[in-house]
Ligand binder design. Structure first.
Ligand code: NI
Length: 263
């Protein structure tokens, strides 16, 4: 498969900040050089909205999962629902799931419980995972070490919006995960992430917006969208000393491989 454009491996276009101009914006994506988008579920509600987006736009794929910040009221029935959603032919991952210790709520035990249950789901339905981890690298890594051996061979998923050290990034790569890099890499004060981008081979990196959040410079603080990934591509090209087209193509091939869309 020949790839020319950008693959945004993580977006939230169901967000109400896109209500005003969603259709126009998405219809212009191909022209902005964006070929594929994976819209990521972060709750039962946003997973439902993700399915609708994948049905409406041929270049949008989706994932099903409940974010650690949204897992407080999760029930076993929700897992059954997610399992059904995973049978949908454009749902390519379980996520975003993980641990977030930035806030005190939900309690860590509750987060871990639903992280584990959704990893079990990923093993059962045989899909890669999209991992959210904030201030919780060690616990995330330990739990992933329990479940990764149960997953099928190959790439198991992505550590999205990576915020850890280059050393921990290398360890996740060794376990079979890609590192998700977005707008933060363009920030002046993002020393740690630039080190990660330097140390981790481009063959193990996927790019992402996490839009509407995390807009790159010069749009920092504004609403983000996939067309702004060109700034992330340009930054990575400088860091890696390769062309922007190489960054675009290699990271798109990585995402296609990770989401098993290249079959
Ligand atoms: Ni996200």
């Amino acid at each position: 498969m020949e790839i020319k454009g950008i693959f945004d491996s993580h977006a939230h276009y169901e967000d109400r900040r896109f209500d005003e101009d969603r259709d126009n914006l998405l219809r212009g994506m191909k022209e902005s050089g964006v070929d594929y988008i994976v819209n990521v579920g972060s709750s039962i509600d946003t997973t439902k909205k993700t399915i609708l987006l994948t049905e409406q736009y041929d270049f949008i794929y989706g994932s099903a999962g409940v974010h650690p910040e949204e897992c407080k009221d999760m029930k076993d029935d929700d897992l059954l629902f997610l399992e059904e959603v995973c049978k949908h032919n454009k749902i390519v991952a379980v996520g975003e799931i993980g641990l977030d210790y930035y806030w005190d709520e939900p309690a860590r035990d509750i987060q871990k419980k639903w992280f584990r249950k959704q990893l079990e789901l990923a093993v059962k339905v045989n899909l890669p995972v999209i991992i959210h981890t904030r201030d919780a690298i060690e616990d995330t890594m330990n739990i992933l070490k329990e479940y990764t051996p149960l997953m099928s061979q190959g790439i198991h998923g992505v550590i999205h919006c990576f915020s850890g050290s280059a050393q921990s990034a290398a360890e996740f790569v060794k376990m079979g995960y890609y590192i998700g890099i977005g707008g933060v890499v363009t920030f002046k004060n993002a020393k740690k992430l630039k080190e990660v981008a330097q140390e981790i081979p481009i063959e193990n990196i996927v790019i992402e917006t996490d839009c509407p959040y995390m807009a790159p410079e010069p749009y920092r603080g504004k609403r983000n969208d996939s067309s702004y990934l060109s700034y992330v591509v340009s930054k990575l090209a400088k860091i890696k000393g390769i062309s922007e087209q190489e960054v675009t193509e290699i990271t798109a091939e990585n995402a296609l491989r990770m989401y098993r869309m290249n079959k």
